[in-house]
Write a protein that binds this ligand. Structure first.
Ligand code: NOJ
Length: 528
């Protein structure tokens, strides 16, 4: 029997940007509840909500000061309880974000830990003596710029932070910290939450000897400064499998829950996170489509590499966008956005869809004085900032698009094209990206070959990606023209095929014998 997280589609909500219900310009939990009908109509199966916990918001909620409560900006615990129940009433699963690598400096655990060297929670975080010259203990760097160590003047030691100084890393090797963190999972599972997306899960176990990371010979000025070193000792260390297993043991105390790990690794390293006997994470996020050139051969090679690397019993998954990556429509171009959606929703494995991508939303244009993201503030001008992909969801054509009242300033500006690119306009336009996405989701849902079937690459000319999905006697061919030129594709066998969905206006293609003509940027799902 397949699990809901295998055959379903996950939809990521960045809660600040989905729906503001109380007129403060920031999205919230009651806002999400108001939009559950929308999500059911779109046809997704689960929502993952980025962090909604109390937080000073140094990193917009990824700096948690209390794991078991709700930030007043987002609502109350009663709102969350209602949302869980309402999501379930809508047949939607609810996945929360678990941030186990670091807390906020405002978390009571850290306040205690930093209060003195002898505090019982001192070892809940990672404290080290200064180097002999008084500098940081080693060369580890923060992902958001500068060293990964900050000196605490009062106690004379450095604490580790893989991200901002406001986000101290906890020490998973300490059994008490570990127990406290695992109880956070139980707290939410007991409330009925269906799973967790685990923030930077592969960074939680650092090298126990604190060895220097090796220099990166390929780094050049102008590149992300954190990439000056190769992160041998700060991520994906050999004992990360213990961390995965600790979490899995807790989720196995409950029925039918899922753990999705945020792990940015190539396929052959990524798949280890399923665990030696599939006793690790259920779905180590596969981000490799994001980092592969948008070109048919490269994408085909990636799919094959990933499919081959997957161990027996490991369920695949695919991601095209999230709150840390530029919008897919901006990355591949608006013309290819539908092809990208068709790829995501016809590959083998669980797709995760980023809010707004169903509209083909582009990156927003954020004027310098409106920049919010700490990464852009710390390391400006390199395109690392994440505000462009976090702009509010446009619901209608009115000012502020019904995300928030027209009189209120939203926390990030709406995209300039939200007058035309919005849910209401697209739902009433049969040729829109929204209507196409909804049809594709329905097709995936009703076609076992697509949500369950095997994957096999098919021969195709340059620029075209073609593959077969098969379940029992049901076969579908997916043919994607990843270029702006017309192409021809030879059917792999006689007997003909019928188009069941096209990215372009849905008229049947005119086959010439066994040859399928493809228009520029056209994708087709064929029933065989
Ligand atoms: C990954 C999250 O997706 C990102 O938004 C955040 O800034 C870092 N982890 C730190 O928590």
């Amino acid at each position: 029997m397949s699990k809901w997280w295998q055959i379903g589609i996950v939809y990521q909500i960045y809660p600040r940007s989905f729906q503001d219900s109380n007129g403060d310009g920031v999205g919230d939990l009651p806002g999400i509840e108001q939009r559950l009908d929308y999500l059911r109509d779109l046809g997704v199966d689960a929502i993952w909500i980025s962090p909604i916990y109390p937080s000073p918001m140094a990193d917009f909620g990824y700096d948690v000061s209390d794991y078991c409560d709700i930030h007043p900006l987002f609502g109350s615990m009663a709102d969350m309880d209602r949302l869980i129940a309402a999501a379930h009433d809508h047949n939607l699963k609810l996945i929360l974000d678990f941030v186990p690598n670091h807390t906020s400096t405002e978390h009571p655990w850290f306040l205690e830990s930093r209060s003195s060297r002898s505090n019982p929670k001192r070892d809940w975080y990672i404290w080290r003596d200064p180097a002999p010259d008084g500098g940081p203990p080693n060369n580890w760097l923060s992902r958001f710029g500068g060293p990964a160590w900050t000196l605490d003047a009062q106690t004379g030691q450095y604490y580790l932070h893989s991200f901002l100084p406001e986000q101290p890393d906890v020490n998973w090797r300490n059994p008490e910290l570990r127990a406290a963190m695992l109880n956070v999972l139980r707290f939410w599972f007991d409330k009925g939450v269906d799973g967790f997306r685990v923030d930077v899960s592969y960074r939680t176990m650092k090298d126990a000897q604190f060895r220097d990371n090796p220099p990166n010979p390929n780094w050049k000025p102008g590149m992300d400064p954190a990439k000056q070193v190769i992160e041998t000792y700060t991520r994906n260390t050999p004992d990360i499998e213990h961390f995965n297993r600790w979490l899995r043991e807790v989720s196995d105390e409950y029925d039918d829950r899922v753990l999705i790990g945020e792990i940015n690794l190539p396929p052959h390293e990524l798949v280890a996170h399923y665990g030696r006997s599939r006793n690790g994470l259920h779905l180590p996020f596969n981000f490799n489509l994001i980092f592969t050139p948008w070109e048919a051969t490269a994408v085909r090679n990636l799919i094959e590499t990933y499919e081959t690397a997957l161990p027996e019993g490991a369920w695949p998954n695919w991601v095209l966008g999230n709150h840390d990556q530029h919008r897919i429509a901006s990355r591949v171009g608006a013309d290819q956005a539908r092809v990208a959606m068709m790829l995501l929703l016809t590959l083998r494995g669980t797709p995760t869809l980023y809010y707004g991508d169903e509209l083909g939303m582009l990156d927003g244009d954020i004027p310098p004085d409106l920049v919010q993201d700490p990464w852009e503030k710390n390391v400006p001008g390199l395109g690392l900032g994440r505000d462009p992909e976090r702009t509010p969801m446009p619901w209608t054509a009115v000012p502020h698009a019904d995300f928030c009242p027209p009189t209120v300033t939203p926390w990030l500006p709406l995209n300039a094209d939200s007058v035309t690119v919005n849910v209401a306009s697209q739902r009433s336009d049969p040729g829109s990206m929204w209507v196409f996405t909804e049809k594709l989701i329905q097709l995936r849902r009703e076609t076992a070959a697509l949500h369950l079937g095997s994957y096999q690459s098919l021969p195709a000319p340059d620029g075209v990606l073609a593959y077969q999905r098969r379940h029992g006697f049901q076969t579908r061919w997916i043919v994607l023209n990843m270029t702006g030129d017309p192409k021809m594709w030879q059917l792999p066998e006689d007997g003909g095929a019928t188009a069941v969905l096209l990215t372009t206006e849905s008229t049947q293609p005119t086959f010439t014998g066994n040859t399928l003509p493809l228009r520029p940027n056209e994708g087709v799902v064929l029933a065989v």
